[in-house]
Design a protein. Structure first.
Length: 120
């Protein structure tokens, strides 16, 4: 063995555990689910629905956590008209899984922007 192959104890040596082994151990440990916020779910629902529809959502009118992720109602401008109060809007019900991936969506309502809900 050449003199350059010898190392003095504690000098210039890395820990006995390699970085690769540490990464493998970390990957094998079960991960605790990260708690996500409602704001995060709103952004995730809006961004993914926009990508699917090709239209930018105007707002998120409802968001709630579920056992499997999140549900949200997203308001989208479907047809722009003049005056703006006659533009056609739609509400989409969006379902996200725990990671925030959109797994389902459905248009639940179409209405004009100037329309007011009449609730008893």
């Amino acid at each position: 063995m050449a003199a350059s192959d010898k190392s003095e104890p504690g000098r210039g040596r890395r820990s006995t555990r390699s970085e690769g082994a540490a990464r493998r151990e970390s990957a094998e440990r079960p991960r605790r689910p990260r708690k996500r916020s409602a704001a995060w779910a709103m952004r995730s629902a809006s961004e993914q629905l926009s990508e699917l529809l090709g239209r930018r959502p105007e707002s998120v009118s409802a968001v709630k956590p579920t056992e499997g992720g999140w549900e949200a109602d997203v308001e989208v401008l479907e047809l722009e008209r003049v005056p703006q109060t006659t533009s056609v809007m739609a509400t989409y019900h969006v379902t996200l899984d725990e990671e925030g991936d959109l797994v389902a969506y459905e248009r639940t309502r179409r209405y004009t922007r100037g329309q007011i809900d009449r609730r008893s």
